[in-house]
Write a protein of this length. Structure first.
Length: 263
């Protein structure tokens, strides 16, 4: 079974295609392989390798260091995150007025980094992914990349969406017709940890592009922004220096491939 493109690859390819005015659709296929759930047992297993194979996961966890135990405890929640990805941490200034064919949006709610976004836990990955996606949707409606920079300190994705910043700043353009470009639904209860790099995780998902969103550019006909409906994908993230980072398409695919080869 072929692996799907990671969401980061789809999003950046989408930005490149749209910036060039291309109409090619991104092909999506099946599911990522050779990863295991992010949980108390998965984090403690590597630190309790000397324990008996018959020892329970709770016994292994108790043998871990206190720092590891604390991290594992936050990651061992039985909560299921499966379903539509939700994000509701916005700065609101005035009544939101959606954009139209003739006017830009006003008072677009601005996504703020959620409290647990950098926690090494399923909740942390969930909040980080929600903020990352909300920041891209916000950029599409405003041309403001500030929130995305907080989720992308290396400016990897900020650069990919520079054409949309320029749409607002240089061409007196804007997006209209919908409140979001992308929506995501998680297909698994929890993210899964790479078998090759314990700091990397993937989460199977379904990504949908809003077909109603258009771009107004002064002096030209409305341009349909979404070129495909989307489909099966996965979120690829890595924990670096105390924060989550969205992997690039190349990094995520390489990680998934390495895990598959070691299976």
């Amino acid at each position: 079974m072929n692996s799907p493109f990671p969401v980061s690859s789809i999003v950046t390819r989408r930005a490149a295609l749209l910036a060039a005015g291309a109409g090619a659709a991104v092909t999506l296929s099946a599911c990522a392989q050779s990863v295991h759930p992010l949980s108390k047992s998965s984090e403690s297993a590597s630190e309790s390798a000397s324990a008996s194979e018959s020892a329970s996961s709770s016994a292994s966890a108790s043998a871990s260091s206190s720092a590891s135990a604390s991290s594992s405890a936050s990651a061992s929640s039985n909560k299921s995150y499966k379903g539509p990805l939700k994000f509701d941490n916005y700065e609101k200034n005035g009544t939101y007025v959606p954009a139209t064919e003739t006017e830009k949006a006003k008072n677009v709610p601005k996504p703020l980094p959620p409290e647990h976004m950098n926690d090494r836990s399923p909740e942390g990955i969930y909040e980080f992914t929600g903020f990352w996606l909300a920041a891209i949707n916000y950029l599409m409606l405003t041309g403001d990349s500030e929130p995305l920079k907080k989720a992308d300190p290396a400016d990897v994705y900020v650069k990919q969406f520079d054409e949309y910043v320029r749409l607002y700043q240089d061409y007196d353009g804007w997006a209209y017709g919908a409140d979001t470009l992308m929506e995501m639904s998680l297909l698994a209860d929890l993210p899964r940890q790479s078998t090759k790099n314990p700091n990397q995780y993937t989460w199977s998902a379904n990504l949908t592009f809003n077909q109603d969103l258009k771009a107004h550019v002064d002096g030209s006909a409305p341009h349909k922004i979404a070129k495909s409906e989307g489909g099966r994908t996965y979120v690829g993230v890595e924990y670096k220096n105390g924060v989550w980072v969205m992997l690039t398409g190349h990094e995520a695919e390489a990680s998934a491939s390495a895990s598959s080869a070691s299976a």
